[in-house]
Design a protein around this ligand. Structure first.
Ligand code: 2HA
Ligand code: ZN
Length: 270
């Protein structure tokens, strides 16, 4: 059995959450990340016949039966993950139609997965239907995206168009745009189902006055997706109160579509 501390998926997770903390996206215990693991990836590092303990999930997700996830722990601080990976992270395998999670590694102080586990698992189900290569769901609290939800319309087309107008590459990085949920109580199955529903049409879902969810094929790509949207929101918050003399026109957006071979969300460009 290989040493799990050298597993690329674990090393990459530690680096990613450390970087998220460094970006100021994850104050205190803010944020959570889940990464879908392949069965043989897990089997190379862990004896998967034996569960350490079984944790009820409080929801059902038959689509994820037997699937394993590396996930951040509830109440844990991203800044501490690099110093104590097995205390702050865990690997769980879903059983009983997703109603139970078998702990295979981690949460060594008796802890469990993030309070946003329903939103993560339901989002994985939704994204896998659209993109079978999706592996990551990431949640954090980037200041400028959050700030935008206080002063900008929450209409998804308007919110997306504003972000696309803030940096040339935005439409290339997230041509599917950004979906937006109104303020809702976090940590519940309800916000989980609402997030998953929004994830069917976009890889970014804003939780108004709270944060953002991103989904992608790997940790790097998902981090980059949120990073790009947050950069755009930062520029918006720098200029929103100033007279706007210039912008990226819809005509320019169409040029970007053609040049980079992307298709903007239907109906979002004039
Ligand atoms: O506590 O970010 O949404 C972690 C969170 C909850
Ligand atoms: Zn949060």
């Amino acid at each position: 059995m290989k040493d799990i501390m050298n597993a690329p998926f674990l090393v990459e997770m530690i680096r990613t959450v450390t970087n998220m903390y460094a970006h100021g996206w994850d104050e205190r215990n803010g944020g959570n990340v889940s990464l879908l693991l392949e069965a043989d990836e897990v089997g190379a590092y862990l004896d998967t016949r034996q569960a350490i303990r079984t944790i009820p999930t409080g929801f059902s997700a038959p689509e994820l039966e037997g699937k394993s996830f590396l996930v951040t722990g509830t109440g844990k601080y991203f800044k501490n993950v690099q110093y104590d990976p097995s205390g702050n992270l865990g690997i769980v395998r879903l059983t009983d139609g997703g109603e139970k999670a078998e702990l295979l590694w981690g949460f060594s102080d008796g802890g469990q997965f993030t309070s946003e586990f329903p939103a993560h698992m339901m989002s994985h189900v939704a994204r896998l239907k659209t993109d079978p290569d999706n592996r990551v769901v990431m949640h954090c609290h980037p200041a400028n995206l959050l700030a935008m939800t206080y002063v900008h319309s929450l209409d998804e087309r308007e919110f997306t168009r504003t972000l696309w107008q803030m940096c040339t590459e935005c439409i290339v990085v997230f041509p599917d745009g950004v979906n937006v949920l109104p303020w809702m109580l976090c940590g519940t199955n309800e916000i989980g189902m609402a997030t998953a529903e929004k994830m069917t049409t976009a890889r970014l879902v804003v939780w108004s006055q709270h944060g953002i969810y991103g989904a992608g094929k790997n940790l790097d790509e998902t981090f980059g997706l949120i990073e790009t949207a947050e950069k755009a929101a930062e520029i918006y918050m720098k200029i929103a109160h100033l007279p706007r003399l210039h912008t990226i026109s819809d005509e320019a957006m169409h040029q970007l579509e053609a040049h980079f071979g992307v298709k903007a969300r239907e109906g979002y460009l004039n």
